[in-house]
Design a protein around this ligand. Structure first.
Ligand code: SF4
Ligand code: SF4
Length: 70
């Protein structure tokens, strides 16, 4: 499967460039470039969804769901 299909998606039309997602990403996969958040180290993303949770304008969508077994 193409990994880009399951990475967090950032809507640059909604993103205000606040940087909250960059600060919360514990593997530094995100960065602000030209006043918008971008995925700069996709290989490091571990799908924690913290960026989606913190974005105040809902510009990040994580198209995956973490299911805890049991
Ligand atoms: S899902 Fe987690 S690891 Fe991936 S970019 Fe967002 S905060 Fe970083
Ligand atoms: S938290 Fe949301 S609005 Fe702020 S930089 Fe990240 S994607 Fe953009």
């Amino acid at each position: 499967m193409d990994a880009t299909l399951i990475l967090p998606r950032i809507d640059s039309d909604l993103c205000t460039g606040c940087g909250d997602c960059v600060g919360v990403c514990h593997v530094n996969a995100l960065a602000i470039q030209e006043l918008r958040a971008v995925m700069v180290r996709a290989d490091d993303c571990d799908y924690c969804t913290d960026c989606e949770a913190i974005c105040p304008v809902l510009a990040i969508a994580c198209p995956f769901e973490v299911v805890v077994a049991g």
